[in-house]
Design a protein around this ligand. Structure first.
Ligand SMILES: [Zn+2]
Length: 280
């Protein structure tokens, strides 16, 4: 299998979640072995776990004082479409939030042609189980793959009955991504929004880009898109964050109530010793 990039540049526009301002990203073809490279104000940074500086509400890259946030939904899409190399020029410090899912990003790529490059595609195969557990008992584990692919088992448990317990258990294929993962929007509680607004954040946040829960009610008209939309979104974030390994990952992943922070920490643990993995 060979590496791939885009044939022609592609543009995605929308408002940024925190700034509320219009933002544009241009995704351009890149040479083989470039990886996924972000650029803002002339500063280029690789979308690698070492460059992730904040994981509180999204995954944020930082280099030389320049930040680019909310990279995870685009990263997940690039990973699943098998795009190894791309240069992503950003007009602002955050990527467009769009509808809070990867649905519109995937649609943008639908008509984009890819070009196959000469260099072989690189895979990272997990050889020894590596985990990260926080002090609340939430954990993520990367285990050797059973079938030479990326398989995710993800479980969430929320006190509200409207979310409750949700499980995703499946291989991350293009079809599964398009039907069960990409359409899943980010979700939050109304009180969290009220708090973030007092901090001057999420100026662009609205029911157009998140599922908002208020106790046992959903404030969005039409409710959830999919029955298990919440865990589907957690899987979307996880696939995007795991792509900051710099490789297509071959692993059996188990995650329990985890988020961006855990995803980044488990990659740091994985790369601690080369005994944990093999580059194919
Ligand atoms: Zn997300």
């Amino acid at each position: 299998m060979k590496q791939k990039t885009l044939l022609k540049p592609l543009e995605i526009k929308g408002i940024g979640l925190h700034s509320g301002r219009q933002t544009t990203v241009k995704i351009k073809p890149a040479d083989e072995n470039t990886g996924i490279l972000f650029e803002k104000d002339g500063v280029r940074m690789k979308a690698l776990y070492q460059n992730v500086k904040d994981t509180q509400n999204c995954t944020l890259l930082e280099k030389d004082g320049v930040q680019i946030s909310t990279i995870e939904h685009l990263m997940a899409t690039l990973c699943v479409l098998g795009i190894d190399n791309a240069l992503i020029e950003c007009s602002s410090t955050e990527l467009p939030i769009l509808d809070g899912s990867a649905k519109e990003i995937l649609t943008c790529f639908e008509n984009a042609h890819l070009q196959t490059q000469k260099a072989p595609k690189r895979f990272l195969k997990v050889m020894k189980s590596v985990s990260f557990k926080d002090d609340k008992g939430n954990f993520i584990e990367l285990c050797p793959p059973k079938n030479e692919n990326l398989h995710i088992y993800f479980k969430i448990e929320f006190p509200s009955k409207i979310v409750g317990t949700q499980i995703f258990d499946g291989d991350i294929t293009k079809d599964i991504f398009a039907s069960k993962i990409a359409p899943c929007r980010t979700f939050c509680e109304k009180y969290q929004i009220d708090y973030l607004r007092t901090l001057g954040l999420i100026k662009g946040g609205s029911l157009d880009n998140a599922v908002v829960l208020d106790g046992e009610k959903i404030l969005n008209e039409g409710g959830f898109r999919l029955q298990d939309e919440c865990v589907g979104h957690k899987v979307l974030d996880l696939v995007g964050d795991l792509y900051t390994s710099g490789y297509a990952l071959l692993a059996d992943v188990k995650a329990y109530k985890t988020g961006h922070y855990h995803n980044n920490m488990v990659l740091r643990n994985l790369f601690e010793t080369t005994d944990n993995y093999e580059i194919l």
